[in-house]
Write a protein that binds this ligand. Structure first.
Ligand code: PMP
Length: 310
């Protein structure tokens, strides 16, 4: 019998999928890690499990305690799943106005959602989370924007899966950055294995990596407003800034031509991969990460209306 036991066996170990619609004139292969196939539907399952495991190991959190994080995103779902597995409670502090899908899913997984006023933004949520940690006994706030466990989570799982999945035969690694934990963890591991692997970090317009000003963008999950302590410029060779329009056009292409329903951050990294493939005639193996599914953004009309013609 080929069965899986324990929720942890359903985290990660995602397929490395060779895309068929790479740029026609190019010799490049584009391989994408399909993180939507992890049980919680995103790359952040890995982070949720690693953070709670480490917090319990280092006794910052105890069974029956409460993990509290200001997050509106996939991290909430990853942490909520891990909270079930490790028998802790989860509270997420989310400003009003953020995507309902992820809040609904985190609630379905038993988490408590505390909404803060929209006008106070993420800062209001961070302040409220701090307040709750003081008030609730046994509470702990890991803070994905500061903890070194963020990049480590991917260094120990995703990076190895990529390296082993390609038998070390990859030329370029491409990933988006929100907290930058995914990119930094994987890039560090790959550079340690083989410094000649080229690493490319991807941001939307309205993000600061290439020296731009932080501002609003529609591409969700990536884009940086400040540099976390684990952000290391030495770990990327190039940074690509991708417009919302290009990212959403690639989302539509991936759906229609590949049958892959991905979120907009996947569209952005795919655009970067296509640009890289377009710039060379040499045979290249490019590996990227598709962090989540487009089903998570249906209320934002990710596949609808004029976008498909962008
Ligand atoms: N894409 C999506 C959809 C995400 O939710 C995230 C996490 N914010 C990322 C990309 C980027 O991951 P990281 O925070 O590790 O940079």
């Amino acid at each position: 019998m080929n069965t899986y036991q324990k929720l942890t066996s359903l985290i990660g170990n995602t397929p490395l999928y060779e895309l068929e619609t790479s740029v026609p004139s190019s010799n490049a292969r584009i391989l994408a890690k399909l993180e939507m196939m992890s049980v919680g539907g995103s790359v952040k399952d890995r982070l949720g499990f690693y953070i709670i495991e480490q917090a319990l190991k280092t006794r910052k959190l105890h069974q029956g305690g409460t993990v509290i994080e200001p997050t509106a995103g996939n991290t909430a779902i990853g942490l909520a799943l891990a909270a079930i597995h490790f028998k802790v409670h989860a509270i997420f502090v989310i400003p009003q106005g953020f995507s309902q899908e992820k809040q609904t899913l985190a609630r379905a997984l038993g988490a408590t959602i505390v909404n803060t006023p929209k006008e106070l933004g993420m800062k209001g949520a961070v302040a409220k989370a701090r307040e709750l940690v003081q008030e609730i006994e046994g509470a702990y706030n890991p803070n994905q924007f500061h903890t070194e466990w963020n990049a480590e989570a991917y260094y120990y799982s995703l990076a190895r899966e990529i390296y082993e999945g390609t038998e070390g035969k990859l030329d370029v690694f491409v990933a988006g950055a929100g907290t930058s934990g995914t990119f930094m963890g994987v890039a560090k591991y790959l550079k340690e294995q083989n410094p000649s692997i080229k690493t490319v970090i991807v941001e939307p317009q309205g993000s600061i990596i290439n020296g731009g000003k932080s501002g609003s963008h529609e591409t969700e999950g990536i884009g940086m407003e400040f540099f976390p302590p684990f952000f290391d410029k030495a770990l990327y060779d190039e940074a690509y800034t991708i417009s919302d329009k290009a990212a959403f056009a690639r989302v539509a292409q991936l759906a229609k031509e590949e049958g892959l329903l991905v979120g907009s951050s996947s569209g952005a990294v795919f655009e970067a991969c296509c640009q890289i493939a377009d710039q060379t005639d040499k045979p290249l193996t490019i590996v990227t990460i598709f962090p989540d599914s487009g089903e998570r953004y249906l209320s934002k009309n990710i596949y609808g209306g004029d976008r498909n013609h962008a």
